[in-house]
Design a protein around this ligand. Structure first.
Ligand SMILES: N[C@@H](CCC(=O)N[C@@H](CS)C(=O)NCC(=O)O)C(=O)O
Length: 241
C-alpha cells in the first residue's frame, strides 16, 4: 500500500472531483483544508504547491518513481490519478482522446462558465444590489451554461457515460451540474438528468462529496463571515511574490 496522497482541499465542485476520484480509484488520501474564505490559498506553503492560489492541488509522495510530485489544476490532478491507479483513464489513443476531450470541455467550458453563472446569479447580488449591473452577466452566463447542458444532453442520448466507460471525464463534469445555482431545469435535458442520477448513485461519489462538508459556507449569505470571505475571494489582482 502506497503512502497517502495529500489533497489540498476545500469542499467545492473542483475539490469534489479529487475526493471522488480517490474514492473511486481506492487511492489512500489525507485532506489538508485550504480555507479559501480566510485567505489560506495565499500562504507560502500552499503557493509552493499551487502557484495559482486555487485549490485543489495534491502532493503524491510516490508520484514520480518514489519521489514526491506536486500537481495543481484539477484536470491535471485527475489525469495523474488515472495514470497512477490505471483506472478510469483508458490507454488506447482513441479512448484516451475521447476522455480528454470531455475532461477539457469541463475544464475550459463548463467549469469557468458555470463559475461565472454562480458569481452573477448568487454572490454578486450580495455585493451590488443594483440589478441593472447584474442583468447582463446573469443572462450571458446562464445562457452559456444552458448551451453547455444541451451539448452534454445530446452527447448522453445514446450512451451511459460521457466518454466510453465511466471515467475521469464524468468525475470532472458531474460536480459542476448544479441546476439550481445555474438557473437550469434538468427536465429540459432528459439524458443529462438520467446520467446525473446514475453517477450520483455511486457510493464512491457519495463518499467523496461528504469530505469536509461541514467546512462549507454560503458565500451569498448575509453576515460578517460571508462578507469577509467575499472580500478575500473577489477583486483579486496580481500579487508579486
Ligand atoms: N481551474 C482550476 C480552478 C480552481 C478554482 O477555481 N478553485 C477555487 C475554488 S473552486 C479556489 O481555489 N478559489 C480561491 C480563490 O479564488 O482565491 C482547477 O480546476 O483546479
Amino acid at each position: 500500500m502506497s503512502a497517502p496522497i495529500e489533497i489540498w482541499y476545500w469542499p467545492t465542485p473542483n475539490g469534489h472531483k479529487i475526493t471522488i476520484a480517490c474514492e473511486e480509484m481506492e487511492l489512500p488520501y489525507t485532506v489538508r483544508p485550504v480555507n479559501i474564505g480566510t485567505g489560506e490559498q495565499f500562504t507560502p506553503e500552499f503557493l509552493a504547491v499551487s502557484p495559482n492560489n486555487r485549490m485543489p492541488a495534491i502532493v503524491d509522495p510516490d508520484g514520480d518513481e518514489g519521489r514526491p510530485l506536486a500537481i495543481f489544476e484539477s484536470g491535471a490532478v485527475l489525469q495523474h490519478l488515472g495514470r497512477r491507479s490505471g483506472r478510469f483513464y483508458p490507454q488506447s489513443p482513441r479512448e484516451r482522446a475521447e476522455v480528454e476531450q470531455w475532461l477539457f470541455w469541463q475544464m475550459g467550458g463548463l467549469g469557468p462558465m458555470a463559475g461565472q453563472a454562480h458569481h452573477f446569479r448568487g454572490y454578486a447580488r450580495a455585493i451590488t444590489p443594483d440589478q441593472r449591473h447584474l442583468a447582463y452577466g446573469v443572462a450571458r452566463y446562464t445562457n452559456e451554461v444552458n448551451r453547455l447542458y444541451g451539448v452534454l444532453d445530446t452527447r448522453l442520448r445514446d450512451r451511459e457515460f460521457v466518454a466510453g466507460d465511466y471515467s475521469i471525464a464524468d468525475m470532472a463534469i458531474w460536480p459542476w451540474i448544479l441546476p439550481r445555482l445555474q438557473g437550469q431545469d434538468l427536465e429540459e435535458f432528459p439524458a443529462l438528468k438520467v446520467w446525473h442520477a446514475r453517477v450520483e448513485a455511486r457510493p464512491a461519489v457519495q463518499r467523496g462529496l461528504e469530505v469536509g462538508k461541514e467546512l462549507r459556507r454560503n458565500l451569498a449569505a448575509a453576515g460578517a463571515e460571508a462578507e469577509a470571505a467575499r472580500s478575500v475571494l473577489f477583486g483579486q489582482r496580481a500579487r508579486k511574490a
